[in-house]
Write a protein that binds this ligand. Structure first.
Ligand code: AOF
Ligand code: ZN
Length: 352
């Protein structure tokens, strides 16, 4: 057997189904997966004696699914064996082939998975049905909770038909994101900035408004400590009716710029979900932030507070539509930490 994902010692490793599932989760969590558009998946193949003979992870759209990578590693040892997967094997011919059919062809006799695949692929019946029809034994829903946690924002996008939205704010201690004249003042320090760039490299898109583009001309790329763009660049999205100037930096020189000419936030987000984006980061001025809050389309707030006092300025989100009470009390604290001189406060909806 050969696999990048697994270094095997000389003696055979026999695993129970639960141990194999732990291993599959571990592989999925550590796989280098781009933020768009596919979910993390890990798979372990045990031979007919329960000996670990292959493992694999999905590493991004257009590349092998986890099962295919694991089957390749296992070779003929898979015949008569068991596949243990974090997600129900797919049965659709998308960018790659059907995993259910590949497992059947490889002679796998039993498939165990943690959580069902909720993606509706109209072109085929579900993976479990395909497997059962071929006489493969199927044990599903072995650990739905852990499976759902691993799928994270991908699952959120399917269940809500819109991406998970993280609103990122950087403000002075008195709550202003910029001076009243909107001149650019760097409020947060280096550590907070690198945290922001890490977040940018992990989301599918960064969303801003035409007002911010006009005022700041931001690039909205993800950059490393030396200022170089990271490998995975999010889509750069402007929501708003105004034109985006031809020379605006946010346009960049790749094909990752999107302008959505609408004021309807749910509609804009549905459009992004259609493009395979399941996590967006909102970095915008008060107008667009208000619109997202009013539409109930913010799932997480990451608020950086700098040790600066402006006295007056632009608020992170002003002019709340009434009634304001629901918005004011709709959040709970999910963690606070100190980054250099700044404080990062993460908030989640109170009912989550
Ligand atoms: C699996 N194993 O490792 C993954 C699955 O068109 P594609 O090839 O990019 O397939 C994407 C869909 O396949 C995705 O929407 C999800 O339903 C499933 N993901 N399934 O059996 C895997 N990544
Ligand atoms: Zn598949």
């Amino acid at each position: 057997m050969h696999s990048d994902d697994l270094a095997l010692g000389p003696s055979p490793v026999r695993l129970s189904i639960n141990e194999a599932l732990d291993r599959a989760f571990d592989i999925a969590v550590h796989a280098p997966l781009p933020p768009n558009p596919n979910p993390p998946v890990g798979c372990v193949i045990l031979d007919r004696n329960g000996v670990l003979v292959g493992a694999g992870a999905h590493k991004g759209a257009g590349t092998a699914h986890a099962e295919i990578a694991a089957l390749q590693a296992a070779g003929s040892a898979a015949r008569g064996g068991t596949a243990v997967v974090t997600l129900e094997p797919c049965n659709h011919i998308g960018r790659t082939g059907s995993c259910a059919q590949a497992l059947i062809a490889a002679g796998i006799e039993r498939v165990c998975f943690a959580v069902a695949d909720p993606a509706m692929h109209a072109d085929s019946r579900a993976g479990r049905e395909e497997l059962l029809a071929a006489g493969v034994q199927v044990s599903g829903d072995l650990d739905r909770e852990r499976g759902r946690a691993l799928l994270g924002t991908w699952l959120h996008a399917i269940e809500h038909s819109r991406p998970f939205v993280t609103w990122k704010v950087a403000s002075s201690a008195d709550g202003f994101i910029a001076p009243r004249d909107r001149s650019r003042v760097q409020l947060t320090g280096e550590n907070a900035m690198s945290a922001v760039h890490r977040m940018r490299s992990q989301v599918g898109a960064i969303v801003t408004g035409s007002g911010t583009v006009a005022a700041d001309d931001p690039r909205l790329t993800a950059r490393d400590a030396t200022g170089r763009p990271t490998i995975h660049q999010p889509f750069r999205v402007v929501i708003g009716m105004s034109d985006v100037p031809g020379q605006a930096q946010i346009r960049g020189n790749d094909d990752r710029f999107i302008h959505l000419r609408t004021r309807n936030i749910p509609e804009a987000l549905a459009d992004l979900a259609q493009r395979g984006i399941h996590h967006v980061m909102l970095e915008a001025g008060p107008g667009l932030a208000n619109a997202f809050l009013a539409a109930g389309c913010i799932d997480e707030i990451v608020w950086f507070t700098a040790p600066a006092v402006l006295g007056d300025g632009i608020e992170a989100a002003s002019d709340f539509p009434s009634p304001t009470v629901g918005i004011a009390h709709g959040w709970r604290s999910a963690g606070v930490d100190v980054l250099g001189d700044d404080v990062r406060h993460t908030l989640l909806p109170a009912d989550v």
